[in-house]
Ligand binder design. Structure first.
Ligand SMILES: C[S@@+](CC[C@H](N)C(=O)[O-])C[C@H]1O[C@@H](n2cnc3c(N)ncnc32)[C@H](O)[C@@H]1O
Length: 194
């Protein structure tokens, strides 16, 4: 049976379409919540002709953190703390096997990331931390570094099993509506820095 991808092919295509639009912008590419790196390798492959752009991958590699009340949903019963635990070597090995340039892989809880762990400028960000606090913190880390025209894609915005993602994005947009274009595609929310 084929392996279940965390971001299905149709959504991965949408992610890559957004990434393409940012290739001429200054800044690097980040993924918050890379898990086994299945989408990371697609991002890396799309960056092959842009050797100046680095790919930064962040994950606890301890699996999901604890849920908060904002994440509770009957459909989300299978998303539990410690779920999706994987070794960072799995991701590094995947890149080696495909002869893709090494990404920067940082094992940390998002809230513990220091300024030095992030690129100074970001042209594209994929936020896929599933839970409210994870998406909220990812936005806080990414936003001060976004180049003009940079795109932030947030997974699970329209996933009823993971309501925290939409809550974090909606709160962010309530506070920053003038600074971003906002649109939806499949379960993704897409923010474009004005
Ligand atoms: C759905 S998976 C990511 C899937 C991946 N983007 C892909 O397309 O294959 C979510 C990942 O986010 C990580 N994660 C969630 N919240 C986190 C946090 N606060 N700090 C660090 N990692 C976190 C989990 O460890 C998990 O690997």
């Amino acid at each position: 049976m084929p392996k279940e991808l965390q971001i299905p092919n149709r959504e991965a295509e949408l992610v890559l379409k957004e990434l393409e639009q940012t290739l001429d912008l200054p800044g690097d590419v980040v993924e918050f919540g890379c898990y086994e790196g299945d989408t990371s390798i697609l991002l890396a492959d799309a960056l092959r002709n842009n050797p100046d752009k680095w790919l930064y991958l962040y994950d606890s590699f301890e699996g999901l953190p604890e849920k908060t009340a904002a994440d509770e949903a009957p459909q989300g019963w299978r998303f539990q703390a410690g779920e999706l635990r994987v070794s960072e070597d799995t991701v590094a090995h995947k890149f080696k096997k495909l002869s893709l340039p090494d990404p920067v892989i940082k094992k940390a809880w998002f809230s513990d990331l220091a300024d030095d762990d992030l690129p100074t400028a970001i042209s594209f960000a994929l936020l896929d931390g599933d839970f409210y606090e994870s998406i909220k913190v990812s936005l806080e880390k990414v936003v001060p570094r976004l180049s003009l025209g940079a795109i932030v894609v947030i997974h699970d915005y329209r996933n009823p099993a993971l309501p925290g993602s939409a809550k974090a994005v909606n709160e962010f947009m309530d506070a920053h509506a003038d600074e971003y274009e906002f649109r939806l595609a499949a379960t993704l929310a897409i923010l474009v820095k004005k």
